[in-house]
Every structure is written in structure tokens, then in C-alpha cells.
Design a protein around this ligand. Structure first.
Ligand code: FAD
Length: 383
């Protein structure tokens, strides 16, 4: 059964050329090594050296100035090749995009080129033990020290912190206002501990014990942290990452069913389910494309981003659950640890899908955001 990429580029177009260029790089042995170690930094460096790691950024910061929809080709190809993709999401799509849109020129020039060439990496330090959905109650403190600040507090659920050079960190300053800092993670005052979990990429707890952050490493203005984070969260909620994962998992199931086609009669439940999910994937692709186009125009609103995040993560979870149900009678060997992630994307899907409905804002919070914005706008809310 055919299943479409986000955009089916005709041959001899710049987007197809970009996809081919990325595919050539992802055919290298570096990819197998990244899957085995869960450390994709060498893949990032290869993509960065070719200038395709952040193609949507302006050339002066190491990008190619292409649209967000064109740049989605990279995210699709990382998923299609089973490269651990979250370091890219964190570094380029969240930390990098935040700097691109909200930092001053000096800060952009200092950090973006090294994120774009794969020689430096970022992670996100927002959540705390008592502050997740309600980030506004966070308690990490930024205490003035000369021209800079020293940070004290504990951040949790951070992915890829040990590989990152800088963490985008929200903290409360001496005026009790939320300020956004780009914290150095490789020096004094930082302790990073892994937290056990079921996913392939480990969570970490980060204890900030007086780490020094210079005045140059405040993103935007002091006290603007909350406004910037609301914008940042929209970058995280385009739905692109979840959509490409759902597509990857769907294809793995479809390939499996096709190779066992002799067991299935047309019209059987599995075929109907394949068609139903295929239709929903097409709808999700359309939604994501629209959101990315709005992002390009700097018009992406909180409401659309929440809808895209909710729809794509529910769909990805549905595909993963269906794979689990099929496992029983199709012998797909899910749950076999020896196949974990390295060779079997569906095994990882089962462990990754629940977290998708939580990270970057839970499913309930996305629905709450939609309801609130609809009510605020005075729109009719149908039951
Ligand atoms: C895979 C993954 C990766 C992550 N990566 C990072 C990272 O890199 N950096 C980082 O800082 N954090 C990260 N997080 C943390 C994530 O942002 C939080 O887990 C999330 O915001 C939820 O916060 P919480 O876990 O404290 O749950 P809580 O906020 O305590 O929520 C618990 C439950 O209550 C519900 N709930 C809460 N408030 C409401 C409400 N007002 N209305 C209705 N229901 C509500 C929630 O939906 C949820 O079901 C990650 C999480 C996951 C799963």
C-alpha cells in the first residue's frame, strides 16, 4: 500500500536533490554505529559538514535558507534510517530555533554555526520534580553574581544531557521573574545523573549547584523567559517528529503484512485497519505541512500547534498499539530485547509512543489549551 512522504517532490527539484544528498550521507556506516550506541553525533557532523543539518536556517548561520517544509526532508530521512533523532530535535528544532527567533545577533553568531555543523549540541532543562505541565511554579533560582548569575535547582526528564554542551534552562531570577539561560553543561556546578526508564534514550536529572552563567548567555531580555518558552513550545509542537515516526512504524507493519500476504484475505480486519490508519496519516501529513508553512511565515499560533501535537501523537500511539495487537497472531517478535531498536523499529515504538503523549506538553494539556483558546475566542464549542 503506498504511503506518502510529507511532500512527494517530483524528480529534478531542489527538494528531491536535498533528499538524495541526505540519503547518500545516511547510507554510511556511521548510521549503524549511531543506532548501536544511541550516540548520533558523528552522523550530525557528517550532515553538518554538508550543510544539511539545519537547512532551514539562513546561510550565515550554517543553513541553506530553505523552507520548513523542505527541511522536513531531513527529519523524515533520519526516521526512515532509524537514526536516533531526538538530539537533532533538541539541538536544531528547539534550542537552535529558540535562539534564531529570540536571541540577539551576537548570541546567534556565537552558537548557531556550531549547532548547524554538528560540533555542538543542546538540550532542554525546563521540567522539575514539582513542575511539569505547570512550569510556572518552577523553583530553580538564578542568583546575581557580578554581571552574571549562579543557578541553583534540580531539573528532571532531560534527554541527551550528557552529550549536550549547553542546556536551555528556565529559572527564577532575583525579581522572581522567569528568565531563560543557555547554561554550560561541561563545567563546575553541574551534576548529571541517568534516571532509569523504558525508552532507548535515557532521562537525566541535572543538579545545578551554583553553575555560573554570564550575562551574554541570557536568551532575550531578563524576565522574558515565559514569553519565549511559549514560543519555543510551538516549535516543539509542529507534529513533524511524531508524524514521521508514525509513518515509519506504519510502514514497518505494512511491510510485514505484505511479506505474510498469503495469510490475509482481502477485506480482512488487518487490511481495513491499514487503510484506516493510512487515511489518518494522510490527514496528519496535511496538518503538519500547514503548521510548518505557518511557522515559515512566523504565523504559527498556540492553538494550531496544540492541535498538531495532539493529533500526531494520538495517531503514533494508535499505530504502536496496533503493532502490539498484531504481534500476537503475526509473529512480529515485538518485545524481544535482542531486537531492540537496532533492527526492529516496532519494538522501540511500543516503548516510545507513551512518552510522545507526555513530552512537550501532555495530551490532556493540549486539549485543555485548545478548549481554553476556543472559549477565549468566543468560538462555538460543539460537544
Ligand atoms: C519522552 C519524554 C521526553 C522529555 N524530555 C524532556 C526534556 O528534554 N526536557 C525537559 O525539561 N522535560 C522533558 N520531559 C518532561 C515533560 O515535559 C513532562 O513530563 C511533561 O511536561 C509533564 O509533566 P509531569 O511529568 O510533571 O506531569 P504532571 O504535570 O504532573 O502531569 C501528570 C498528569 O496530570 C495531568 N494534568 C496536569 N495538569 C493538568 C490540567 N491542568 N488539566 C488536565 N490534566 C492535567 C497531565 O496531563 C498528566 O496526565 C520529557 C518527557 C518525556 C515523556
Amino acid at each position: 500500500m503506498p504511503c506518502t512522504e510529507l511532500y512527494q517532490e517530483p524528480p529534478s527539484t531542489p527538494m528531491r536533490a536535498l533528499r538524495d544528498e541526505i540519503r547518500d550521507i545516511l547510507r554510511s556506516a556511521l548510521v549503524a554505529e549511531a543506532r548501536r550506541t544511541r550516540d548520533p553525533r558523528a552522523v550530525h557532523r557528517a550532515l553538518g559538514a554538508a550543510g544539511v543539518l539545519a537547512p532551514q536556517w539562513p546561510e550565515q548561520y550554517g543553513g541553506r535558507g530553505v523552507s520548513q517544509v523542505a527541511a522536513a526532508v531531513l527529519v523524515e530521512e533520519l526516521a526512515a534510517h532509524d537514526v536516533p533523532d531526538l538530539l537533532h530535535t533538541l539541538t536544531v528544532q528547539i534550542v537552535g530555533s529558540t535562539l534564531l527567533h529570540c536571541a540577539d545577533e551576537r548570541m546567534k553568531a556565537r552558537y548557531l554555526p556550531s549547532f548547524a555543523d554538528g560540533t555542538a549540541f543542546g538540550c532542554v532543562l525546563f521540567s522539575e520534580p514539582q513542575a511539569g505541565s505547570d512550569l510556572g511554579v518552577l523553583s530553580t533560582r538564578a542568583v546575581r553574581d557580578g554581571a552574571g548569575h549562579r543557578l541553583y535547582g534540580t531539573k528532571v526528564h532531560s534527554l541527551f544531557a550528557p552529550l549536550a554542551d549547553r542546556g536551555l534552562c528556565l529559572a527564577r531570577d532575583d525579581n522572581d521573574a522567569l528568565t531563560l539561560f543557555l547554561v554550560p553543561l561541561r563545567g563546575e556546578g553541574i551534576t548529571i545523573r541517568p534516571v532509569p526508564g523504558i525508552t532507548d534514550d535515557a532521562f537525566h536529572e541535572i543538579v545545578l549547584d551554583g553553575v555560573y552563567v554570564s550575562a551574554d548567555d541570557i536568551v532575550g531580555e531578563p524576565g522574558q523567559g515565559w514569553a519565549i518558552v511559549v514560543k519555543t513550545l510551538a516549535f516543539e509542537r509542529t507534529g513533524l517528529d511524531y508524524y514521521v515516526k508514525a509513518l515509519r512504524w506504519y510502514r514497518a507493519i505494512a511491510d510485514h503484512l505484505e511479506s505474510h500476504g498469503d495469510r490475509l484475505a482481502p477485506g480482512q480486519h488487518d487490511h481495513i485497519e491499514l487503510a484506516r490508519l493510512h487515511t489518518r496519516l494522510l490527514a496528519a501529513g496535511t496538518l503538519v505541512r500547514r503548521v510548518l508553512t505557518r511557522l515559515d511565515r512566523d504565523e504559527l499560533g498556540e492553538e494550531e500547534a496544540a492541535a498538531a501535537k495532539w493529533y500526531t501523537t494520538e495517531l503514533a500511539a494508535e499505530v504502536a498499539w496496533w503493532a502490539a495487537e498484531l504481534d500476537g497472531d503475526q509473529n512480529m517478535t515485538l518485545g524481544d530485547p535482542s531486537l531492540s531498536q537496532v533492527s526492529h523499529p516496532l519494538d522501540a515504538a511500543l516503548r516510545e509512543a507513551p512518552g510522545m503523549r507526555i513530552s512537550g506538553g501532555t495530551a490532556e494539556m493540549m486539549l485543555e489549551t485548545l478548549a481554553r483558546l476556543r472559549l477565549d475566542s468566543g468560538a462555538e464549542v460543539r460537544p
